[in-house]
Every structure is written in C-alpha cells, then in structure tokens.
Ligand binder design. Sequence first.
Ligand SMILES: [Zn+2]
Length: 274
Amino acid sequence: MLTVRPNRAHMALVGALALSAAAVSPARAWGPHAHRIATRIAEERLTPEARAGVRALLRQGDTLVDIANWADHEGHDAVLGSAPWHYVNVPITSARYQPADCPAGACVVEKIKHFRGVLANRRAPKADRARALLFLVHFVEDVHQPLHVGDNGDRGGNLTQIQFRGEGTNLHRLWDSDIVNAVSRDERQWARRIEPLLSPDNVRAWSRGTVEDWTNESLQDAKAAYHFPAGAKDPLPSGTSLENDYVAFAQPVIERRLAQAGVRLANELNALFR
Ligand SMILES: [Zn+2]
C-alpha cells in the first residue's frame, strides 16, 4: 500500500491552500485598533496579582496589548480550524442566543468558557495556559463586536456590501474597523473618549452577567446596526450607502462595547489570578 508522507512539496501546497483560503474567507475580527483599545482599558484595571499572573504566562517583554491580536494572525496557524471560534452566528430575528447557535461548541461563547477553564486549572501545563490567555483576551473582545454575533444569513455582515463615504466595504468590516478608523486612529484618543464611561455605576452594572448575556447584548446592538435609521422595517440591503449619520449612531455603541469588553476582560483576569 502506498503511504503518503507529508514532504516539503506537500507542505508547500498545504501552505498555499491555507493562504488562498485566508484570502477568500471573509475577515471576522474587530480590527487591530479596537482590540488594542479594549485591552488597554483592561490592563489599567488589573490587580497586582493578575498583572503578575499574566506576566508569568506571556513571553518576556510582551504586554497584554501586544498579544491582543495574536489570535487573528499567528493563532490561525497555531490552531488550524480556529477561525469559527471568533464569532457566533445568531439570526437577528432571534430574541436571544441559543446553544444550538454554537455547533459542537466551536464558537466564541463556548471558547471563552473553555479557555477560562484552562487558565483556572493551575495544574494545566504552562504552555496550555499561555495559549488559553492569548485566545481568552481576544475572544472576550470579539464577542462584544455586535457583528460577531448578529447574522442576517450574510456571515455576520461580510456578504452585505456597503458604500461607506464613497468606498466599498461590507457591514462586518464597517464595525470591525472602518468606523473605528474613521473616528480616530489614535488609540490614546479613543481611550480618553471611553474614560468617562468607566464610572463606578457602569462598572458595577457591567460586572454582572454571563458570557451569554454579553452575547445577547451584542445581538441587540446588531439588530440596530442592521435596522438603520432606527425603526427601519427591513435590514440594510447590499449596496446601501452609509455616511456620517451612521457613524453618529455607531460610534457611541462602539465606545460602550469597547468599554464593556475592557472592564469584563479585567474582571476575568482578576478573578482567574487571585
Ligand atoms: Zn478575532
């Protein structure tokens, strides 16, 4: 019987296929700025114990902000098949997330719980806990992006083409990065805008609730993202042109979601490294 072993040519082919698959598959990720902004908020809220615990797991010299986008880059190569872990498709016609929306547990909701469990297990190998930290940081943020949850049969907005300020994009990318970048590419400026939202009352309110609750919040925000202007009967169709009035609607939502993601990520880490 012929045994096929992976040889160099084979591996090159696999690599090429993986590259072409990456090129055609729609992106599903808060953009790099959004991840860094939310992580910056979280980092400032860590207890000394959490800071030390995180430092012990990261490579020397790395900060949480440095690794916030790992899952969108190296993470896909490190764990093949991890792309669906970044989101969950909940129909925008649903009232709430259901476990059936997460086939085989391969979605952002279950992966947050899974990696939280790995990190909580002090007897797990350090390499496993380090990897769990890389994914957990990123996924707590991804689940707060409304279009990583709400879906209109269009891969979370990836297949809904949008003209934004005269340039072609799609609804998913608009929420991942286009609006964030249109408002400001300066992460410090974003952090300053978000600062007033981090009041004790808000932090207290946001510190309750489960991963499913965070998911349902994103679903509600996604419904609004699709039904614009407010109260529109039908979701945005492909080919819609969106301008500054959409930014005026979306920006406060994004500010709140990044603030919530930052607070909750800090809560997670503070609880895990007590
Ligand atoms: Zn992601």
